[in-house]
Unconditional design. Structure first.
Length: 140
């Protein structure tokens, strides 16, 4: 019996392998971003750290498709590589309050004028619920 000579992978197999490689790269980027964000949060002090930890959990629960990443040294959350929202600690800029901000990638439009950032001095259950709602709206 003559052995069949393999011609290698089919076009479909090559396409599937390329798709899988892209998936693995995306997973690696998300994992690296998560580590970087958690490291930045760990560097923060007191109330900023507590708020950043809580915001991280809220964003992940409200918009699991957003990828954590650092942006100008701050925790941020992106879709397709573009930042949708971010946390700016009070300590970093010696401000009297921390900031939760949204970029123009966020779908928060309300008529001709709407807020894109929010001052945070502490997070209560009320603020956490509002933030969860804002993040969900931002990614619609």
């Amino acid at each position: 019996m003559a052995a069949k000579k393999s011609k290698g992978f089919t076009d479909e197999e090559r396409a599937a392998m390329k798709e899988r490689a892209q998936e693995l790269k995306a997973e690696a980027r998300k994992a690296d971003g998560e580590s970087a964000v958690l490291a930045k949060i760990a560097e923060m002090q007191g109330p900023d750290r507590a708020m950043a930890e809580r915001l991280h959990a809220i964003v992940k629960a409200s918009a699991p498709d957003l990828s954590p990443k650092t942006w100008y040294g701050m925790p941020a959350y992106a879709r397709d590589g573009k930042v949708v929202c971010f946390f700016q600690s009070a300590e970093k800029f010696k401000a009297r309050y921390a900031t939760l901000g949204f970029s123009d990638e966020a779908n928060l439009d309300q008529g001709s004028m709407w807020p894109t950032s929010f001052a945070l001095k502490e997070l209560t259950a009320d603020e956490e619920a509002k933030i969860g709602t804002l993040v969900k709206k931002a990614v619609r």
